[in-house]
Write a protein of this length. Structure first.
Length: 287
C-alpha cells in the first residue's frame, strides 16, 4: 500500500521553520524532490508530513555582494550553469554542473537539497568546501552562518536541528592567482553516482603556494579534508612531483568502503589519480 502524506505549503520562511519545528521527526522539507521523493518511495526515510519550500522567494536567486557570490538554496544546477555571475565569480562550479545527473535532474534538483541530503557522494560539497563556502541557516528564532566544515555530522546526517533550514550558500569570489577544480569518476558517461571525487583549491604568490585545500568525496562517511596533503603543498614552488606527493598523501587519507560501485582498494587508487588531476587543473587555473 502506498504511503500517505499530509502536504503543507507555508507562505513564508518563518512559517516553514515554525511548522517543521512543531512536526519534529514527522516533518520533512521538500524542495526539488530529486532525492527526497526517491528515498521515500524506496523506504530509505520515513515521514508523514511534507513541507513544501518550492515557492519561498527568500530561498531563491543568485547575486553578488562585495567579494562574495550568494546563491539561494533553491537554485538549480541548470540555473548555476546559466548565470553570468557564476561564470565570472566562481567558474569552477561548472566542473560540478557538468557531472550533475541528467538535464532533467539539473533543472529540478536544488543546491540546498544536495547539501542537506548529506550523501557522502554528493558532487557539489567537496568543491564548496575547498573554496571555503559557508551556508546561511535560519530557524524559528535565529539566523546564522555555518562553515561547511561544521555542517556534516555523518553520512546523510547534518548538524541541523528540526525547524532549521539552509536558505543560502555564500561562496567567496575567485581572486587573481587562485584556482580550483573538481574531478570525479563514475561507472557511466552520464547520470552516475560518483565512485570517488576530489576537489582542490590553490592560492599562489610569485609561483609559491600560499594556501591549499584538498577535499575528498565518496571515500568517507562525510566529505574529507586532507590537511597533511595541504601542508605538503603550502610554502613550496609547485611542480609535478610536489603535486604527485600531495596526491599520494590524499590516497592514504581516504577511508573508503567496498560496495557494488567499487572496492575500497579501487577507490583509494582513484583518489590518487583524481587528486593529481584536480591539483594540476587548479594549479593551471591559478596561473
Amino acid at each position: 500500500m502506498a504511503q500517505e502524506f499530509a502536504y503543507h505549503r507555508p507562505d513564508s520562511l518563518a512559517e516553514a521553520c515554525k511548522l517543521l519545528r512543531e512536526l519534529g521527526p514527522d516533518g520533512l522539507p521538500l524542495a526539488g524532490g530529486t532525492d527526497v521523493v526517491v528515498d521515500l518511495r524506496r523506504g530509505a526515510i520515513e515521514a508523514s508530513q511534507l513541507v513544501s519550500l518550492d515557492h519561498l522567494a527568500e530561498m531563491r536567486g543568485i547575486r553578488v555582494e562585495g567579494d562574495e557570490l550568494r546563491i539561494g538554496a533553491l537554485t538549480t544546477p541548470a540555473q548555476l550553469e546559466a548565470s553570468d555571475m557564476v561564470h565570472t565569480h566562481r567558474p569552477e562550479l561548472l566542473d560540478v554542473v557538468g557531472v550533475f545527473g541528467t538535464p532533467q535532474v539539473r533543472n529540478r534538483a536544488t543546491i540546498g537539497g544536495n547539501l542537506c541530503t548529506a550523501a557522502s557522494c554528493a558532487d557539489l560539497v567537496p568543491l564548496l568546501m575547498a573554496v571555503k563556502a559557508r551556508v546561511v541557516v535560519v530557524g524559528w528564532s535565529d539566523r546564522r552562518e555555518v562553515q561547511l566544515n561544521d555542517f556534516f555530522d555523518d553520512h546523510r546526517k547534518t548538524t541541523l536541528e528540526p525547524g532549521v533550514l539552509v536558505v543560502e550558500v555564500i561562496v567567496p569570489s575567485r581572486r587573481p592567482s587562485e584556482g580550483a577544480s573538481y574531478q570525479t569518476f563514475g561507472l557511466r558517461a552520464a547520470n552516475f553516482i560518483s565512485v570517488a571525487g576530489v576537489a582542490a583549491a590553490l592560492k599562489l604568490e610569485s609561483q609559491v603556494c600560499r594556501e591549499a585545500r584538498l577535499v575528498l568525496g565518496a571515500v568517507a562517511p562525510t566529505p574529507l579534508r586532507v590537511p597533511t596533503a595541504e601542508e605538503k603543498l603550502e610554502g613550496r614552488s609547485l611542480d609535478v612531483e610536489v603535486l604527485r606527493e600531495a596526491a599520494s598523501i590524499a590516497s592514504l587519507a581516504a577511508a573508503p568502503i567496498s560496495d557494488v560501485r567499487g572496492s575500497a582498494e579501487h577507490r583509494r587508487e582513484l583518489v590518487s589519480v583524481l587528486a593529481m588531476r584536480a591539483l594540476t587543473s587548479a594549479w593551471e587555473r591559478a596561473q
